[in-house]
Design a protein around this ligand. Sequence first.
Ligand code: IYR
Length: 232
Amino acid sequence: MSRPESGFVPLDPRRFSEAEMKERARAFYEEASRRRSVRDFSDKPVPRDLIETLIHTAGTAPSGAHKQPWTFCAVSDPAIKRAIREAAEKEEYDNYHGRMSPAWLEDLRPLATDWHKPFLETAPWLIVVFKRIWEPSPEGPAHKNYYVAESVGIASGLLIQAIHHAGLVTLTHTPSPMNFLQHILGRPDNERPFLLLPVGFPAEGALVPDLTRKPVGEILVWHEKDAASQPF
Ligand code: IYR
């Protein structure tokens, strides 16, 4: 493959034996499969530098044209958390009292969610993920970013996995609409809120819904030449 002579450096890949690869993949699956969305948080503090490392990891995500179109706000200020809770509960009250369809409410029933969002104050940190639609340019017109939802979605997935890996819990909270976050956090016009992640330790005795995940055979479709598809 031809590449320009400048602007490239050698890749430094890690190499494992096939057995090591399979073991690493299996262990990572085991770890990932333990992750649960948690709504009952402890107020036990989480060190600031730990949060910083988690966000550093999120920032390793690939992004369209490497524009890195994300900003992460880490909120521990109780006054700001309260303002976010009040605004989220106001929107969610309206969602649960008419804005969500009967089918949607029925689908949420096993999760036992409602408009009360105490975790927005209990959790020691709220990480608010913003997508950057465009980049301001001091001279000339603003530059539009590319594949912003894909890029920020991948960064958020990495962040969620990093949180889990560190032994903390989170919830992909989606108050809707959530433009209030832009105002409360004073974010500029090129940013839009994407996800709200309360982060902390689970409350003592926290419960989670008794869910199962789809078996891999249900989510995986093979397309191979000459190979009979192998049911798991
Ligand atoms: N955003 C609402 C409703 C809600 C939607 C989904 I999709 C969930 O998985 C859970 C809740 C709320 O946060 O309550």
